[in-house]
Design a protein around this ligand. Structure first.
Ligand code: CU
Length: 138
């Protein structure tokens, strides 16, 4: 026959194990969330290319990501050296390939360095962001 206190101890142990199980699960989730950057939507390539110099004003900035994007949660902006936006404010995720995000630019950008800032949520729900420059030098 199990005494009251033994039963209590057994219950406590079971609760402790359950709690530790949750801690282990939470830790595993953290490790997964902190998985290497390649597991999330990262910039794969861009036109104009990252840190490139182009001789003609581009009509659009187009970024290829490593993962498919949630179109409603994708943003990108392009600013000149004094922080003014030079894009049309309408980021587009390609209907044909949801890894491609683009935005139109003002016509005939003057010579200068432009900063592209992007923020996306991949279909795996992970949000990533980044920025890079390109230079127009006719
Ligand atoms: Cu991810």
């Amino acid at each position: 026959m199990v005494s009251g206190s033994a039963a209590f101890r057994a219950t406590s142990l079971a609760n402790l194990l359950r709690r530790q199980g949750r801690v282990v699960l939470a830790a595993a989730a953290c490790v997964l969330a902190a998985a290497p950057a390649w597991a999330h939507g990262q910039l794969e390539s861009a036109q104009p290319a990252v840190d490139s110099t182009v001789s003609q004003s581009p009509q659009r900035v187009q970024i290829h990501f490593t993962e498919r994007l949630e179109p409603k949660l994708a943003s990108v902006s392009v600013r000149n050296a004094i922080g003014q936006r030079v894009d049309d404010g309408k980021p587009v995720v390609s209907p044909a390939d949801s890894r491609i995000l683009s935005i139109g630019l003002n016509p005939a950008l003057p010579a200068g360095t432009y900063r592209v800032e992007w923020a996306i949520t991949a279909v795996d729900t992970h949000r990533t962001k980044g920025q890079y420059n390109f230079t127009v030098k006719p």
